[in-house]
Design a protein around this ligand. Sequence first.
Ligand code: SAH
Length: 225
Amino acid sequence: MNTQVHGIGMTSQRTRVRMVERLRESGIRDEKVLAAMGAVPRHVFVEQALAHRAYEDTALPLGFQQTISQPYVVARMIELLRASKDGTPRELGKTLEIGAGCGYQAAVLGMLSKQVYAVERIAPLLAKARVNLRELRLTHVRLKHADGMLGLKEAAPFDTIIVAAAAARVPQSLLEQLAPGGRLILPLAGGGSDQVLSLIERQPQGFVETRYDAVRFVPLLPGVE
Ligand code: SAH
């Protein structure tokens, strides 16, 4: 059993394999996404006191009123970004993540793309993400303390943009920074507590939106702290 990092059985490779089996049972089909989920040790990203729950399919608190996303939702968003009509998954290309938190999804993206930028508005969370990604030697995932509502102009345009916090509508900067043929996924808030995963593609005729699952994310907030 591989128990190197925190020295407890629940963080083992075997527990992670079970998580991947559950993702498969829940309907995730993209083998590369499943492999990436199996390769990233989620327990590294959660508070040590919660490490024994790292491979449950649930969101967990990160501090600062934020959460590490549920594994199924991370896998689902990335699968939707990669899905294509002919069945051959599309490459993510240059990818921007808004709302890196402690860096878990950024690490999964880092397994699937050589160019990942991830921004986070809460400085201490970003500092944790830096430590975590360094520990996994994912040095090609570039982190930035910034308001992701403005996108990341210096690295635009992006083939893929993934937003890990819910907004009432799509920030204009993100649409502008999407490359032709690019895709953006985000939870869009309706009235009340409803949110829905929304995939937006930049096609020659304009932006085309497709709506998927009901989800629950923390809010996308302006400014940095
Ligand atoms: N991607 C993370 C999820 C973190 S929760 C994971 O893999 O688990 C969502 C994060 O979005 C929070 O850390 C929150 O601080 C951040 N966030 C909210 N609004 C933001 C904004 N405008 N710019 C950057 N980050 C933002």
